[in-house]
Each structure stands twice: as C-alpha cells, then as structure tokens.
Write a protein that binds this ligand. Structure first.
Ligand code: ATP
Ligand code: MG
Length: 677
C-alpha cells in the first residue's frame, strides 16, 4: 500500500503523467500513475495523500464510481483533488461544474503550469490532508476512550447486579429467619419520622399494614395505658444509650398480650438517625412460666399439708387411743396415769412439731438475746455429745475473736442440735463432726441472692464426713417434710427449722455437700453491736409453783372457748379470781370499771381489730400499775426481734399449768410469798 503522503496521478495524454511524476519526485513526494479513471478509483485509499488529475478525464460515465467513493469517506476525510484544467475562454458548462463540485476538496490549476505552481499546490493539498489525519487520530483516541468507558460501565453494572442479588438473598434469609422465629421487625427513620415494619409485626399487633403510622407511635399506639409511660421512657433512654430492651403489654385485636421489644439506634456524627429492631409476642411463654410456678407452688403446699396431716395423725392416734381407753375404764389409778402420760408425750411431740413449723414459717415468737455463740455451744456440749452418740467424736474449733450475735438461745441450740443429728445420721458407722465458729466479713458478692446485707458476720458450721447428698436432695433439703429417712426416723423438719431460724435472726444458711464426700452446713448471723444480755442459763428456770394471795384477780382475755375454759380452770386451781373477756372491747369495759384487777392475761391474736399488745398499751393507760402477761401460739407478720412490738412478757402456747404459775409469779415480782406444789 502507498504511504500517507502518496500522490496518485491520472494524466493519460502524451507524456503528461511522466512529467508530473518527475516534478513531484524531484520535490521528494512519492507518487504513482494510473491509466484511467477506473484504475484510479480502484486504487483510492483513505491513506492516500492527494490525487492529481487532468480535467478531461473526469467527464465520462466512470466518474460516478469516483463520486460514490468520495461520498463514502469517513467524517474526518476529504481527499484533496488537484485538477489540471484546460485553458478556456468561456465559463464551464453546468454539468462540468457539478462534476467538480461533487469531488469536494478541489484545487484547480490552469494549464500550462510550471513545476513550481504544481509543487506548491501539492504541498498545500498534503498539508490539508495531514490535518485530516490528525483529526482522524483524535477521533480514534476518543472512540477508544469511549469504548473503554463502555466496557468499564458494563463491568460495573454487572457487579452492582451481583451485589444487589447477594443483598436480596441476605434479606430473604433474614426475613425467613425472623418469620420462622415469629419475630416482627420495625424500623424508624428518626429524621423523617417514617416507620417501616414487617408483616409479622402487623400480625403481632393485630393491625392491618395500611394503617398509617409515624415514628414511635407505630408501637406506642398499642401499648396499654399502665405501661405507656414506662415504654416512652425506655424509648427516650434508648436515644442516649443506643439500646432498647423492654417488656410491655399491648392491646392487640381486643386482647392484652405481652411483647418484648429489642432495638438499636444508629448515629451519624453522633446524631441518632435510625432506630430499628425486633418485636416478639411473649404471652404464651409468660403463661407457661406462670403455670409452672403455680404447679410448683401447689406441689409444695400439697407436700406440706400431707406432711402435717401424716405427723399429726400419728400423734392423734396415740392421744385419741389413750383418752378413749381412759373414758371407757377410768378406774385404775396406775393405768390412768400411764395412759395420760402417753397422751401427754404425744401432745408434747405435737407441740415440738408446731414449734418447728412455726420456726420455718418465721411466725414463732422469739426471745432474742445478745449472746456469745461460743458460750452457747460450750454450754450445750454435753447435750450435743449425748445426741451424737458414742460412735461419734465431736470436735469444737471456736474462734476466740467472735462477735456477739442476737438470737433466741433455745432456737440456736435446737438448730445446732438438728445439724448434729443430721451429721450423725449421715455417718452410720461413726466418725467425727466438726463444729466451727468464725468471725468474718461478708461482701456484697458473698450475700448475693440471700436478701441480707453485707457486713460483719458470725459463721457457725457443722461438718461431717458422711454419705453426703445428691444435687437433687440438696435442692430440696429446706422443704418442710422433705426427708430421705425411713418412716419414723425423720420428719424432714430439721433443716426447715434451721433455715427459718437463721432467716429470722437476719442471717442465712449455706450447704456444701457431695455424694460420698460429707456435708458442711454453715449458718451466718449478722454481728450484733448490742451489749451481751445477762446470762440466764437455759436449764435453771425451775421455780416452785405459787398460789395466789387473797383476792388476786386476773382479767383473762381469750377468744377461743376451749382455751378459755382450760385457762379459767388452771387459774382457779391456782386460787386466782378470774374475770373473763372474749375480746379487747369487753376487756376495756372491765378495766374502766372499779373492780380489783391485778393482772391482765391476754391472747395476742384476737378478732375485733385490737390485738393483745395494743390492748396492753391501752390497759396501762387506764391502770398504770396493772401487770400484763400475754400468750400466743404465733405472732403473725411480726419482726422477730421486736416480738410483739412492746416489751411485755409472753407465755408461749401451749403452756402447762406450772409454766403459767411460774410466769404469773415472776410478773407479780413476789418471790417471798409462800409457795407450794
Ligand atoms: N449432714 C447430712 N448428710 C447427708 N444428708 C443430709 C444431711 N443433712 C440433711 N441431709 C438430708 O436432708 C434431708 C432433710 O434433712 P432434715 O434435717 O430437714 O430432715 P430429716 O433429718 O430427714 O428429719 P428430721 O430432722 O425432721 O428428723 C435428710 O433426710 C437427708 O437426706
Ligand atoms: Mg434432721
């Protein structure tokens, strides 16, 4: 192919072509000649520099294909034609002018021409053509860039498409997961307050999605009035903390349901702009929990009732049997005494049983004193080793720096005794029981879940190397009547008493036990800051029976007819004059009267709005010198430490005649008078 500055020459007449060629070659321009227009047209090329042609060659039919080529040139190309014309006198015919016109880029040189004119025309034509080539390469560059851009674009489109597909798949999976978990989702734009939510959301709230809602009202509108303030507060707080987590009740399709809402706040430049989360209906979970709780409660009550009935039945069998035999043949004194003794023993066991039950329910009237636990334990050593038996060795490790504690000494003794007996039973082949005391500090983490405060405590522990307990047993040991022992061996009230006692003393109990590896029960009591109480040995309370002095009168207040009759009989046996009232109102009437009354002896729990303690206060107001003795089976809902609220002597029910006589004597403060049994 010819070069870019190649010139094609068509000048078929004579030696014209040769001459032109020589001139051009001399001017360093590459060129070639053609025979006729047809061969010229065939050699035309976009890389051609220009064409030199004599005018007369153009007027013939073959010019049409030249024109056709010219018309099909690309936008940048306009091939220059240098036309050597013939000298003429007139103007060109219209037809000839049109032929030239159609060629476009035409330079006319009139013959004869000299070499210089031809060269200069060729150079002009070539310069023009060069510019066209420049335009072409610019165009080509632009096209290339455009096509590169296009391929880039289509790649981008492809990856956007892929990402979108991935996102859609993730969203579908999420929606499926939320739906399967029966979770609704919601989304609030905090800047525009627009709210979006899932279909399941509508299902939970029992609404149709056409309902228009904005912002938080999408949820708040359904919350029941009682919970609304709390929910609103939770939303406000979430804006600061970034997290929303709440449970509330909503009204959904005419029913109240529980829901749980969790959400997260998103921030841009620390400004909250979006809050989104999930919601779930927790109604049935709550109902199940409630039902489970209820059934556990019923089971516990059933166990308790059954246990009480069983134990009392045994005792009643003895009592009823003995009394029955007494009534049928009340003759032989020795037999009467034996049967009465048996009935009394059974009744006493019943009494112990109720004491233990009351200790567990913390309804027992306690006589707390501030004591040194080490002293109590040492005093009680002899009894403890008797209870433990010969095969068991008792080891005491008492912390000399112990704090005083405030407990009912008798209850303390019976708690430790219960623990020693349990330890003994766990070691049927004998062994060693370690009783330890220790002053210590309980931190917040030590007392977690125990409903007591951290601080200074005293720990009293009883440990054995016995059979230990399974975790199932361990979980239930404090339940009243829970026992693994054979019928008649244990009633399952020991640890119930220990538990109730420790709690009422403001302390708590911890048990560590492993099957086959022994057990340690630790009682924790808060240290007391009060001074030690005067030492009253537990066993030295025996005082001879005292009878009333002349005319000493007791106002007896009791609402239970049978107890009343029994008390009247006992008091009259002791030679007191007895005045009877069945409630506080009647008692106050007597007190307002003028008759002699030395002692007010009243039940604590009474119908009619005023209890024994309140009556005592009122009575003392009317008669400041009056002596008071209260009696009670239990004190409902009273703080153990304060007993009945005022500092008054109390006789625990059931009491024997001698206990009543002794208490009356102590109260009258008269020990010099003659007494007899
Ligand atoms: N030191 C211990 N070692 C192993 N098991 C024990 C120990 N203390 C208690 N238990 C288990 O806990 C159960 C309940 O003890 P708890 O003292 O309340 O009742 P009990 O000893 O069975 O009867 P009660 O004390 O009324 O005579 C026991 O039956 C026993 O299974
Ligand atoms: Mg026991």
């Amino acid at each position: 192919m010819e070069g870019k500055e190649f010139i094609l020459i068509l000048a078929p007449k004579g030696r014209d072509a040769e001459v032109i060629k020589t001139v051009l070659q001399r001017g360093n321009v590459e060129c070639g000649t053609c025979e006729n227009l047809i061969s010229l047209t065939a050699r035309l090329d976009h890389d051609l520099g220009a064409v030199v042609v004599t005018e007369e060659c153009l007027y013939g039919p073959s010019v049409a294909s030249l024109h056709a080529w010219g018309a099909k040139q690309p936008a940048w190309s306009d091939l220059p034609f240098i036309i050597l014309t013939v000298k003429r006198t007139g103007i060109r015919s219209e037809k000839a002018a049109a032929v030239l016109d159609q060629l476009g880029n035409v330079i006319l040189l009139e013959r004869p021409i000299n070499a210089e004119t031809l060269m200069s025309a060729v150079r002009v034509a070539l310069r023009g053509r060069r510019r066209q080539y420049q335009a072409r390469s610019l165009l080509m560059e632009r096209e290339e860039t455009a096509s590169k851009l296009q391929s880039l674009n289509s790649g981008l489109e492809q990856s956007v498409l892929e990402r979108t597909r991935e996102l859609e798949a993730a969203r579908d999976t999420l929606a499926f997961a939320l739906d399967s978990a029966e979770l609704g989702s919601w989304d609030i734009d905090l800047t525009t307050n627009a709210a979006r939510h899932s279909l399941h959301f509508d299902r939970i709230f029992g609404r149709n999605s056409i309902t228009d809602t904005v912002g938080r009202s999408i949820i708040l509108d359904h919350v029941i009035a009682q919970d609304r303030a709390a929910v609103e507060a939770a939303f406000n707080q979430a804006i600061d903390t970034g997290r929303l987590d709440l449970d509330c009740r909503i009204r959904a399709a005419e029913a109240v349901r529980w829901i749980a809402i969790k959400g997260r706040v998103e921030y841009a430049d620390k400004r909250p702009y979006r809050m989104a989360g999930i919601v779930m209906d927790t109604t049935s979970r709550r109902e199940t929990e409630e039902a489970l709780h209820q059934s556990q409660k019923m089971e516990a009550i059933g166990q308790l009732t059954g246990g009480v009935a069983h134990d009392f039945n045994n005792l009643l069998t003895v009592i009823v049997g003995s009394l029955d035999m007494l009534i049928r043949r009340p003759d032989r004194a020795e037999r009467v005494a034996r049967l009465a003794e048996a009935a009394m023993t059974a009744a006493r066991r019943g009494e112990r049983l109720t004491q233990q039950l009351l200790a567990f329910s913390r309804r027992q009237l306690l006589h707390p004193q501030t004591v040194n636990p080490n002293r109590l334990l040492l005093e009680f050593k002899a009894l403890a080793s008797r209870a433990a038996g010969e095969a068991i060795e008792l080891e005491f490790e008492l912390d000399p720096a112990i704090h005083p504690i405030r407990v009912d000494p008798a209850q303390f003794e019976s708690a430790v005794l219960n623990l020693i007996v349990n330890a003994r039973d766990a070691m049927p082949n004998g062994g060693r029981i370690r009783i330890t005391t220790q002053a210590l500090r309980q931190s917040t983490s030590d007392v977690v879940g125990q409903a007591v405060s951290p601080g200074r405590y005293v720990m009293v522990s009883v440990a054995d190397d016995g059979v230990g307990m399974s975790s199932d047993t361990l979980r239930r040991v404090f339940e009243p009547f829970f026992t693994t022992k054979d019928v008649g061996k244990g009633s399952g009230l020991g640890l119930a008493q220990v538990y109730g006692f420790a709690r009422s003393a403001g302390g708590h109990v911890k048990i560590e036990s492993e099957l086959g590896n022994g057990t340690e029960v630790r009682l924790y009591f808060p240290a007391s800051t009060e001074p030690l109480s005067a030492e009253v040995p537990l066993s030295s309370r025996k005082v001879p029976l005292r009878q009333a002095a002349d005319g000493e009168t007791i106002l007896l207040v009791e609402d239970d007819e049978q107890v009343l009759a029994m008390a009247v009989e006992s008091l009259e046996e002791l030679r007191y004059r007895v005045m009877v009232a069945r409630n506080a109102r009647e008692a106050l009437q007597h007190l307002k009267g003028l008759e002699r009354i030395d002692i007010l002896f009243s039940d604590v729990v009474m119908p009619g709005g005023m209890n024994g303690a309140q009556l005592a206060v009122e009575a003392r107001r009317l008669r400041p010198e009056l002596k008071v003795l209260l009696t009670s089976g239990y004190v409902a809902g009273q703080e153990a430490d304060h007993g009945i609220g005022v500092d008054l002597p109390v006789l625990n029910k059931p009491y024997r005649r001698e206990e009543l006589a002794r208490q009356l004597q102590v109260i009258l403060g008269d020990e010099t008078r003659k007494s007899s049994l």
